[in-house]
Design a protein around this ligand. Structure first.
Ligand code: AMP
Ligand code: MG
Length: 336
């Protein structure tokens, strides 16, 4: 770790500036969470609607009590088990957290990341760093510094390069302000893992399905991660999916459209598209998760116009993968 660089980044944030930095999930765009002007700058840099609240990142559990009204026992248990790590919890906010940071809500989302550089930076910045994903609004979350530069060059004061992120999908969000805890966004920490601690949890269906209800995490209502090309998910038995997609591809080839496929190691060689991206071995869900956003960005760079994606198993981290993929596809799924 570049200690001097981290110290400098901390000073920038303390002075009201913005620093993009790596976490174990995706890159974050950090500013002082307790300074409303910093939060406004984050929204402006991302082009993010200001009703979409920011997650406050802390470096140690002891920092939590200052920014929330109360810490329910469930949060203590969850923190013991999954912090530091890719879990965000929602609490009632204390007065010191500006409404600019929470998108006008009286609740605040808090996470303690496990990434060493992230934690050192948060500590150097005074302990409270608001950090949404470091992409321009609507683009896939960045999984390497390269993509942060692509989206935010000239809009931030510093970018800390920590190589490729490990998980590659944003944190799981759980709301602890309700009678029963509710998952607002699926992620690496799965429903089953949360139930081990909490007994039973609900899932905000508006966030995971193509619903007309307003999701409880305001950000989940926006069409995220949309690639420039049209994306369709094709689900079914492997051979049938390949046959169907190849027929579609030959149709688009004749039309002269540039095509792409999101595949797995097992199937990639068998698609006749201009660009085929394997996310990894189908059984290796961690690898699939890590590579999804990169694939979507690469299709944009290559000017791919029509994209087909294989579906993935729901359950475990597959639920989070499918959640992101469905959003990217605007819920356009063909079931064979
Ligand atoms: P990002 O930081 O880009 O991963 O986005 C943060 C996500 O957390 C968005 O979907 C927000 O809507 C959600 N979020 C942040 N704070 C709250 C909150 N207080 N209540 C509900 N959702 C929240
Ligand atoms: Mg985001």
């Amino acid at each position: 770790m570049d200690r001097q660089g981290v110290a400098q980044a901390g000073e920038i944030i303390k002075a009201g500036g913005l620093v993009a930095f790596p976490t174990e999930t995706v890159y974050g765009l950090g500013g002082d969470a307790l300074n409303p002007y910093s939060s406004q700058k984050i929204y402006a840099a991302k082009g993010r609607p200001s009703d979409n609240p920011l997650i406050v990142h802390i470096a140690e559990f002891e920092a939590l009590s200052r920014i929330v009204r109360e810490i329910p026992p469930t949060a203590v248990e969850l923190a013991r088990r999954y912090w530091p790590g890719p879990l965000t919890m929602i609490f009632y906010k204390a007065d010191c957290v500006p409404l600019a940071t929470t998108g006008g809500l009286d609740t605040v989302a808090v996470r303690m990341p496990s990434h060493q550089t992230a934690r050192a930076l948060i500590a150097a910045a005074g302990g409270y760093v608001a950090a949404p994903s470091a992409n321009r609004s609507g683009r896939p979350s960045p999984t390497s510094a390269r993509y942060v530069i692509e989206d935010l060059d000239g809009r931030v004061d510093m970018i800390v390069d920590g190589g490729e992120t490990d998980i590659g999908l944003e944190s799981t969000i759980i709301d602890l302000t309700l009678d029963k805890p509710v998952i607002l966004r699926p992620g690496y920490i799965t429903e089953e893992m949360l139930e081990e601690v909490l007994g039973s949890v609900d899932v905000d269906t508006a966030a995971v399905e193509n619903s007309h209800k307003a999701p409880r995490a305001p950000g989940m209502k926006y069409r995220h991660y949309a690639p420039k090309g049209s994306l369709t998910i094709v689900e079914g038995e492997e051979e049938q999916v390949m046959a169907f997609v190849n027929r579609q591809l030959s149709f688009y080839r004749e039309k002269g459209s540039k095509s792409g496929v999101i595949a797995t190691d097992e199937t990639a060689k068998r698609y006749q598209a201009d660009s085929v991206k394997s996310l990894g071995k189908r059984q290796d869900e961690q690898q699939i998760a890590r590579h999804l956003f990169r694939a979507l960005r690469e299709f944009d760079d290559e000017g791919v116009e029509v994209i087909f994606a294989e579906g993935f198993r729901q359950g475990g981290i597959g639920t989070a993968v499918m959640n992101r993929l469905l959003k990217a596809a605007g819920h356009h799924v063909i079931k064979l």
